[in-house]
Design a protein around this ligand. Structure first.
Ligand SMILES: *Cc1c(COP(=O)(O)O)cnc(C)c1O
Length: 575
């Protein structure tokens, strides 16, 4: 491989194919796979080919340059593009058999003229603005545009293959209002004598939420690459597999004493004697510089280790902690990938950056080599990374059945704390609580209450930087073991910690998937409304900043807690 291969985005072609099949199963109709912006940073040509193989009807990109690049890369299937400037090269597009999305009369005429000049028929799709106030023909332009399209189709210079519009995703009612306008347009087009073959409105979000918006085609990007367009639903929730694994390698190791300054500005200082790994990926490669100190982790030797200090243009530093002795220069580093393989998902970054996963994946830089990975080589590369697929408890008949489930709405940090106390009072040695929720959800507030309810020595803080912290009982009862399972690879590694599961109450943050040997456990999922203000990092691999953690990680807005009891112990409910 070329030198740049110390920065690699592996693209799983089986994931792309399975996502396409999954979306087709959900939508039931044609699928247009959107490959704009270099396939959302994944490599447009390799992904387009995989999507077509899996049954996509056509590929779409934003502009003619992108479409021509796909042709140059050997993509021969149907390609649509819809965003054009005044100097759009209609002739090259028509010559290359690219379908043009036209947003107004001048574009339609330009395409028809180019086609006539070439003695060809250009396929066009009519792009309408149904309320997004962006690209597309406005409602007042529809009658003229459709009449002209019918005329040109009659004359043979164009064929109207489809009609489409794009949603604002501003809520169900507004989507329905846009759909009503779209219906009018389709009816009007038919009145003009044109029967479009492809009718499409839904992108990824509406494809998964709104079957009534599917028409006969969906036009999807993010979900083809395996990512959820929703802040509150994961890829796995949607039956999708993230296609990109962003990989690098350790190019340097350095042991530093407590107090050593790390990277520009010394805005991180080693909290103890530790080993730092140098990873040759920086903001030029798409690691947001502002991730600095935010609590992002990378997977090294199957562990999740925090990125510390300022991220440079070309490199970043990872604190290996006690793992340092086991890591060598050259060891693989995974920055994000499919969480089902035990690595952090890209959404950790987008959530920390208060942005969407789209922006992160599309921002992976040009120095990062895109390497398609297909069935046969996939297993090998996973072995190499030392990352094993998590067991899917749901598939295992020996896993205890869900015995009880309740949902609570929590309005304040005090309520979160109080609920923790109530649960703590019910727990005894041998009980396991799995606590899951995004950064700032209030997991630590809850755990602190739980410790109080149990009567253990505090303070219960975020378990960051220690995998497990034991709090002895002050009342002669069971100790509390507070575990950061986010940094564990698998159940075997949990065994290595040699925790006394039977003699303690174990609270594991992010422990789902590590529990397949248990007879009973409690799972608590804390969700917060999306898009609102958030508390600070509550310790999912963040810096060991207990002061900040104690100060304001607690909820500043309502949370929903779903409490599920598994196994006979919790058959009558948990709380
Ligand atoms: C980008 C884009 C899409 C795909 O959106 P996803 O949310 O990634 O599925 C569909 N249609 C248009 C017009 C777009 O610009």
């Amino acid at each position: 491989m070329r030198t740049g291969s110390m920065r690699v985005a592996e693209i799983s072609l089986p994931a792309i194919r399975s996502n396409v099949r999954r979306i087709r199963e959900v939508s039931g109709g044609h699928l247009i796979a959107v490959m704009k912006a270099n396939g959302y940073g994944h490599g447009a040509a390799i992904c387009a080919r995989a999507a077509l193989e899996a049954g996509a009807t056509m590929i779409a990109v934003a502009d003619i340059e992108e479409a021509l690049a796909l042709r140059a890369a050997g993509i021969e299937g149907p390609v649509l593009c819809w965003l054009h400037g005044l100097r759009a090269d209609w002739r090259s597009a028509v010559e290359a058999g690219i379908e043009i999305g036209v947003s107004h009369l001048a574009q339609l005429d330009g395409v028809a003229e180019a086609a006539a000049g070439l003695g060809l028929t250009a396929a066009v799709q009519l792009k309408l603005d149904t309320g997004l106030s962006r690209n597309g023909a406005g409602v007042e332009e529809w009658p003229d545009l459709f009449a002209r399209a019918a005329e040109l189709q009659e004359a043979g210079s164009v064929r109207v293959r489809g009609i489409f519009s794009h949603l604002a995703n501003a809520g169900d009612d507004r989507d329905r209002a846009q759909a009503a306008r779209f219906d009018e347009a389709v009816a009007l087009l038919r009145t003009a004598g044109i029967e479009p073959e492809l009718i499409h409105l839904a992108a990824s979000a509406a494809t998964f939420t709104s079957p009534h918006l599917h028409y006969n085609t969906v036009r999807v990007g993010m979900s083809v690459f395996g990512y959820s367009p929703f802040a509150d639903r994961t890829s796995a929730d949607l039956g999708l597999t993230p296609a990109m694994t962003l990989r690098s390698e350790v190019v340097g190791l350095r042991s530093v004493p407590e107090g050593a300054g790390v990277s520009y500005g010394f805005n991180h200082v080693a909290q103890g004697d530790t080993t730092l790994a140098l990873v040759p990926m920086g903001y030029a490669d798409g690691l947001p510089r502002a991730l600095n100190g935010a609590g992002a982790t990378v997977a090294i030797a199957g562990r999740h280790c925090p990125i510390v200090g300022r991220i440079g243009m070309d490199q970043c530093i990872v604190d290996l902690g006690t793992l340092g002795r086991r890591v060598e220069v050259g060891d693989p580093v995974i920055l994000f990938g499919d969480p089902a393989t035990g690595v952090p998902p890209v959404e950790v970054w987008s959530e920390l950056m208060r942005t969407i996963n789209y922006e992160i994946v599309v921002g992976i830089g040009p120095r990062v080599l895109r390497v398609p990975v297909d069935e046969a080589d996939e297993e090998a590369s996973e072995d190499e990374a030392g990352v094993e697929a998590a067991d899917h408890a749901a598939d295992d008949p020996s896993v205890p059945v869900r015995a009880s489930e309740t949902s609570r709405s929590i309005d304040t940090p005090d309520d979160m704390h109080a609920l923790g106390i109530a649960l703590g009072r019910r727990l005894a040695a041998g009980d396991l609580v799995i606590l899951t929720g995004p950064l700032g959800a209030g997991k630590t507030t809850f755990a602190r209450g739980l410790g109080e309810g149990l009567g253990v020595r505090g303070p219960v803080t975020s378990p960051t930087f220690v995998l497990a912290r034991t709090h002895p009982s002050l009342v002669g009862g069971a100790p509390l073991v507070h575990l950061d399972a986010y940094r564990l690879r698998d159940a075997a590694e949990l065994d290595d910690l040699d925790l006394d599961f039977d003699g303690a109450v174990v609270v594991a943050e992010w422990g789902a998937g590590l529990i397949d040997t248990r007879e009973s456990w409690i799972e608590i999922v804390i969700e917060r409304p999306t898009g609102g203000a958030t508390g600070s990092d509550d310790g999912d691999g963040g810096e060991d900043d207990d002061a900040a953690d104690d100060a304001d990680e607690a909820p500043v807005e309502p949370r929903t807690l779903t409490i599920t009891g598994y196994g006979r112990r919790w058959a009558d409910g948990v709380l």
